[in-house]
Design a protein around this ligand. Structure first.
Ligand code: ADP
Ligand code: ADP
Length: 226
């Protein structure tokens, strides 16, 4: 749990492309922020800078009270779920969920105490011994979510996590993600192309264009004045 300050962040890639330009936004503790904007406007770059996969060219990233620009990704306490969520195909659902905790060398009994409630929350308690191949698309997406949140991150980033699912499942997963958010209370940035997702899930919506913020507003105000 943490507030996040994105203070005048910029990103210039080595080839000279400016992907993010003077991006300035403060995100509240436990906020669910939705980021929208056309392809190529810099959404993924921004998430990768926050998670620590991409160097920040200039500006300051503050999580909690700490400037994290130089903090390695593994020490940032941030979880990220991508579009093409890759599960470990040779591991059971349980081992997929437990993966991050095993990396942290948690005790097996503690791992079990963490994994089982999350499996229950996501309706996976009867799937724990199965391999990802045996699951439906929605179940696989839930494993990807569970694997990310099992470490109880203070910040949770999602980059179009539902775009591979069919329409009906997307609607269902929307409310599951909100339910998970209410329990987890991680400060969240959620990237989507789907206007309905943005409208129904967001505390605030940020509209990006060509590396800059075009608009910040709540769902009830944002699409009234297009
Ligand atoms: P979005 O996620 O909104 O589609 P991206 O962050 O992927 O946008 O891309 C923003 C801009 O940065 C685009 O012009 C893209 O071509 C460029 N870009 C993305 N990744 C790289 C990279 N590794 N090297 C150079 N340019 C990149
Ligand atoms: P995350 O799943 O947390 O997003 P990665 O997919 O990047 O992270 O993988 C984390 C680590 O697990 C990497 O070192 C990667 O090489 C390793 N890994 C990836 N796929 C498998 C797999 N099928 N079985 C075991 N380890 C894997």
């Amino acid at each position: 749990m943490a507030q996040m300050k994105l203070n005048h962040l910029s990103k210039q890639y080595e080839d000279g492309v400016t992907a993010i330009s003077d991006f300035h936004l403060h995100i509240h503790d436990q906020e669910f922020l939705v980021l929208v904007g056309p392809s190529g406007c810099g959404k993924s770059t921004l998430l990768r800078m926050i998670v620590g996969l991409e160097r920040i060219t200039s500006g300051e990233l503050i999580i909690g009270e700490e400037i994290v620009n130089e903090v390695p990704a593994k020490d940032r306490d941030i979880a990220m779920v991508f579009q093409g969520f890759a599960l470990y195909p040779y591991m059971s659902v349980y081992d997929n969920l437990a993966f991050g905790l095993k990396l942290k060398k948690y005790d097996p009994s503690l791992i079990s105490k963490r994994v089982r409630p999350i499996a229950k929350l996501l309706g996976l308690e009867n799937r724990l011994d199965q391999k990802p191949d045996a699951l439906s698309g929605g179940e696989r997406q839930r494993v990807a979510l569970g694997r990310a949140i099992v470490c109880e991150p203070r910040v949770f980033l999602m980059d179009e996590p539902l775009s591979n699912l069919d329409a009906q499942l997307r609607v269902q997963m929307r409310s599951e993600i909100i339910q998970v958010h209410r329990q987890l209370k991680a400060t969240t940035i959620y990237v989507t192309h789907d206007q309905t997702e943005a409208m129904t899930m967001a505390d605030r919506i940020v509209v990006m264009r060509e590396g800059v913020i075009q608009q910040v507003a709540t769902p009830s105000t944002i699409y009234r004045h297009p």
